[in-house]
Every structure is written in C-alpha cells, then in structure tokens.
Write a protein of this length. Structure first.
Length: 641
C-alpha cells in the first residue's frame, strides 16, 4: 500500500476560507432551527429524514493500476451490491494524487467532478485515503453540500488534525514505522539498521507523521535514508546493505529523475535487487518478493466501508455513526522469502499467516497417506502370499503329476508283468503238450517203430492244444475290448479339451506352446468315449515327449469335418520327427524309439481306431516334427472313413 499523498488541499484564497467557515456556521444555525421546529411540530412527517439518492461516488486517491486501491473498491462494490435491499449506482474516480498536485490541479479537478456529475444524483461521497477525504470535504461546497461522506484507509494520526464537520464518518487505520521495525527485529535478530525506501516525507500522504516517526527511531537502530534517489541508484544501494539491516518500503511513485512508477511496480524492482528482507504494510504487496509485515487487508477495509454506506443509505445519518479504528492489520509473510532469509516460522508474531507455503503431501494429508500406505502394504503382503501359495500349489501339482506318472508307469509295468505271467502260464501247458506229442509222434513215425494210430492220436492232441492256446490269446484280447454296442455319439472337441486339462501342467512345465484349431459345429463321431480319449491322450503325451530336446516347442491340435462325412483329428509337434525308414513300423507292437518305451502305445491306438472302423496314420510336418492323424465315422455315416 502506498502511503504517499499530495499536499493538503486548501482554499486558494483567504476569502474562500471565510466563505467555508460562514457555511459551517450557517449550517449549524440551520440544524438548530430545524431541531427546534421538529420538536414543536405536531406533524410527525415533518421530522422524518429525507431518503438519499441510491448512488455513491467512490473517490480513490490512488492511480488506477494500484492493486491496494483496486482491491478495496472491488471488495466495497461486491459487498454493497450483495447486501443492499435495492440496487445502488456506484461511480469510481481514480485521482492519482501521489503524482499530481498543486492548487491549479486541485481546483480543476473539483470543477471537473462537479461538471461531470452535475446531472447525476449522488447520495454519498466515499473517500479512500487521507488526500481523497480532503478533496471530498472541498467538493461539498457545490451541489454535494449536504451529501454525507464515508471515508476509509485514513491514518489515525492525521485524522486527529482534520476537525471533520458534520455528516462525516468512516474508519481509520494505524500506519507507522514502529510496526515495521518490530517485524524487522523478528526477521533480523541482530537488527542495527533500517533502510527507508520510498518517496521523501514531503511527498508522503502523511508528511508530518512520517517525518516525526523518522526522527523518533530507537537509539540502537540507525536510519539509512534511501528516499529521493534515482531508480538506478536505489537498486545499487539496496543490493549492498549490511547483514544487520532490513528494508522498510513506504511507497514510491516518482524517483529523483521524475520517472513515474506505480507503487507496486517500484516495489517489485526494489525487492528483486535487495540483499536484505523487505517489510511492507499492504496485503497486496505480499508475493512481490517481500518478506512480509503487519499489513492492511483491502478486503476488510472495503467490506467495512460498504457496511457504513448501507447504514447511511438506511437514513441512520453519518453524524450518528462514530468514527472507529478498523481492525484490518494482520501479520502476513511469504514462505519463500522466509526460507531465503533462514527465518524459522516459530519466530513470527502470534497469529501470523504464512503464504505460498508448499507443504509436502504428508503434511497436507497425513491420515489419508497413512491409510493408503497401510492398504498398499496389506495388499502387497496378500499378493506375495497368493504368489507364494500359487507357486507352492504349482510345485505340488507338478510333484503329484510326476508321482502319478511314475505310479502309472509302474502300474502298467506290473500289469504287463502279471499279464505276461498269466499268458505264459496259460499258454505254457498247451505248448508243452504240443512239444511232447510232436516228439512222440516223431518217434512213432521213425523207421522200425511205425505206429500210425499213436501218431494220429498225437497229432489230434497237438491240434487241440493249439486251439486251446488260440482261445487263451483271444480271451486275453477280449479283456481289453468293448463290444460295438457300447459306442455312442461322441463330441471329439469335448474329448480334446478334457485331455488338454489333464496335460496342462505337463505342457506348462516343459514350456510347450499350445495352439488349437477346433472346428465349430463339428458333427459327433460314433465310438467309445473312454477309448477315444485314451487315443488322444496317448498321442498328445507322445508329441510332448518328442519335443523335450528341441528349443521351439509348439503343439498344434486341429479338428475338422471331411467331405467323406468323417471327423479328422490332427496332432502336430515340432520335435525331431520320425525316421522315414520307421514310418511303416511305428504302429507295430513292441516297436519303440524310446529308451524306456514298451512299444505298445501306438499299437493300442491303432487297435482302438481300427476297432471303430477308422484309420490312423503319421506323416512328416512341413518344417520339422510329425503329424499324427486319425479319422472316425460320424453319427450319420457308419461306413469306413
């Protein structure tokens, strides 16, 4: 906030002063007569005060670019319009009295305002600042002789000298150098010097008060007068101040060269060049590179002034409203500048407001961050536990699968052993009989011992023993076959998906990529689902096992319907493939290329497929590996594929 002002406005002539005093006396006499008449009058309407025009002329002593005056008017206007029962017309005049002064200017300004608002019924004059108040008092000599005056932002020390006439009220503020010096002691504990930056005292709005305050500084504080300098010299001086000093900015609008500035832009230049903290007295100056200070709030000033105007418009009368000192001074500081000057916030005056502080997220939302962190930790722990359980379950499934595979292999070996022993035992007797009787028949047919009858009996017994052996083998084969009556419509795709669920873990364990191409609306095939599932499972396991030694492991399974009304299943691997010389023997019993193979798996597959009136074959893949395929008749086609 700028404290500078023009010289006190006076009447240009002695006659003018006499005229003013005569006007005051006449007004006082008229008031007395009016009071007597109103007391004696029997008509109550004669004592009722007349309503004021609902129009306000706001006289701002600052220039239009001054943030402090603009903020006061903005707050005043919004408060008055928001709370007024009826609309109020508001006129604004920026007087710029800090840079324009002199009797001729003041006389011309009064004439201009009188002429400008000659046809405007202004009800109240609002003066923002001491110089604006003096101008408002002079304006009441014309068409506004009876207009109430409401003033704001007038220094209380100067107010005591004004000797205001009737119908004037408002609020004052306390602006002195003691408060900035107190703030400077807080920012600079070893304070020894105060640098005053601004217009000279004779150009301040309160010249006598500033001059008196400069002369009454504490004895231990030395004054550094940086007023009435060029801006270039001022920047140089504020950049080289001692460490035990601070800067108090009182407002600068014209430098020693006559260059005009707004108070705010001059402050910005000074703050950028200063090597010591800058203390101010206007809230709108916080953020311009200053440390802070006990500052006046323009918002509070504007609101209080608007409420006074509302009371006057309600015919309460300005004379009946006491002038009071406004409680608008608040300690406000810039957090960035406090950090720059290493000032701890604990040293600030009680109730201080620190702005532009960028607290950490933890300082802003500690409870929320703690809750989110706890939830994240809990979620992480749950995820780790689930991963651990999943891994352990996966390992357990692999171990169980391996164990089942080993048990299945052992069971097959044991079953094969028992079956072999049983077959050997059952077939051994007829074979031994065949051998014995063949030997006897040979002896009986030898020369010299020819016995045709006995030889004939031996040969008959040999034939009977051979038939018995054949029946034993047929019975064993029948144990592993089902009758055709057990065949039902079978969903081949369903069998394939069931097998893939069984071998899923094996495929994942050996990093085998699975690619399926199953035909939609595949017609059902006639067969035994258990036997056909065994065929698919055997072919898939053989394909997976053949790819253990290769890097690229891809298993492709395809189902399709052929033009011959059959269902074809193809199982392709990317293994090393089958030696072409072994293609004709691959389905024969006891033939195997595996180190531990029995040579029965593919033979059994062929037996099952051929038992279903189907066919099975193998071929080499296009690039590498083998393709096992089989075809089965569909439900509506019972012939050969």
């Amino acid at each position: 906030m700028s404290n500078v002002r023009s010289d006190r406005l006076e009447y240009p002539t002695t006659a003018g002063r006499l005229h003013r005093y005569a006007s005051y006396a006449a007004a006082a006499i008229i008031c007395c007569l009016s009071a007597v008449c109103s007391t004696a009058s029997a008509d109550p309407s004669l004592s009722r005060p007349q309503s004021l025009p609902r129009a306000v002329l706001f006289l701002d002593q600052f220039e239009s670019a001054n943030p402090f005056g603009t903020a006061i008017f903005s707050s005043f206007r919004s408060t008055l319009n928001r709370d007024a029962p009826q609309p109020v017309s508001i006129y604004l005049e920026h007087l710029d009295l800090g840079r324009f002064r002199g009797p001729h200017f003041e006389t011309a300004l009064q004439t201009f305002l009188h002429e400008k608002y000659r046809n405007k019924p202004v009800g109240i004059l609002v003066a923002n600042g001491s110089a604006a108040l003096e101008l408002a008092l002079h304006l009441r000599t014309g068409q506004w002789s009876e207009a109430p005056i409401v003033f704001a932002a007038v220094d209380e020390d100067q107010f005591d000298e004004l000797k205001l006439p009737f119908n004037v009220t408002g609020t004052t503020i306390r602006l002195n150098l003691n408060d900035p010096i107190s703030v400077a002691r807080t920012l600079v504990p070893n304070l020894k010097r105060i640098a005053i930056v601004g217009d000279p005292p004779e150009r301040q709005f309160v010249p006598r008060q500033v001059a008196a305050q400069l002369g009454s500084l504490p004895a231990e504080v030395k004054l550094i007068d940086l007023t009435n300098l060029t801006m270039k010299e001022l920047k140089k001086r504020v950049a080289s101040l001692p460490d035990d000093s601070a800067i108090v900015y009182t407002g600068l609008v014209v430098d020693a060269e006559g260059v005009a500035y707004t108070s705010h832009e001059a402050l910005t230049v000074v703050a950028q060049a200063a090597n010591r903290p800058v203390i101010v007295q206007a809230e709108t100056q916080i953020g311009a590179g200053v440390a802070g200070g006990l500052v006046a709030s323009p918002t509070a000033i504007g609101q209080q002034t608007a409420r006074l105007v509302q009371r006057v418009l309600a015919n309460e009368g300005a004379t009946n409203i006491d002038v009071a000192t406004a409680d608008v001074m608040t300690p406000v500081f810039d957090s960035r500048q406090l950090q720059r000057w290493n000032v701890n916030a604990d040293r600030l005056p009680p109730g201080s407001e620190v702005r532009y502080d960028n607290p950490s997220l933890w300082n802003q939302h500690p409870a929320q961050i703690a809750a989110v962190a706890a939830a994240a930790l809990l979620q992480s722990a749950l995820i780790m536990w689930l991963l651990f359980e999943h891994r352990r379950r996966h390992r357990a499934e692999i171990a169980a699968r391996n164990m089942m595979s080993d048990l299945y292999q052992m069971n097959r070996m044991a079953t094969a052993g028992e079956l072999s022993a049983s077959i050997a035992h059952e077939v051994n007797q007829p074979l031994m009989g065949i051998v014995t009787r063949a030997s006897a028949a040979a002896r009986w047919l030898t020369t010299g011992r020819l016995d045709v009858d006995k030889a004939r009996d031996a040969l008959v017994q040999i034939s009977q023993a051979a038939h018995r052996a054949s029946e034993i083998v047929a019975n064993v084969r029948a144990m592993f076959q089902r009758d055709a009556e057990d065949r039902v419509p079978v969903d081949i795709n369903g069998l394939i998906l069931t097998v893939l669920k069984i071998v899923r873990i094996d495929l994942q364990r050996h990093d085998i990529e699975l690619q399926t191409q199953l035909a939609d609306q595949l017609p059902p095939a006639m067969g035994n689902p258990v036997q056909l599932q065994q065929v698919i499972l055997n072919l898939v396991l053989n394909a997976a096992e053949s790819m253990h030694a290769v890097r690229e492991r891809v298993l492709r399974i395809k189902s399709e319907a052929t033009v011959r009304k059959t269902v074809r299943v193809s199982i392709e691997d990317t293994g090393p493939g089958i030696d072409p010389s072994n293609l004709d023997r691959i389905f024969k019993p006891l033939f195997t290329t595996k180190a531990r193979g029995m040579g029965m798996g593919l033979s059994i597959c062929r037996s099952i497929i051929e038992g279903h009136n189907g066919r099975i074959w193998v071929s080499s893949a296009a690039r590498t590996g083998s393709i096992f395929q089989f075809e089965l008749a569909t439900e509506n086609h019972g012939g050969q594929p």
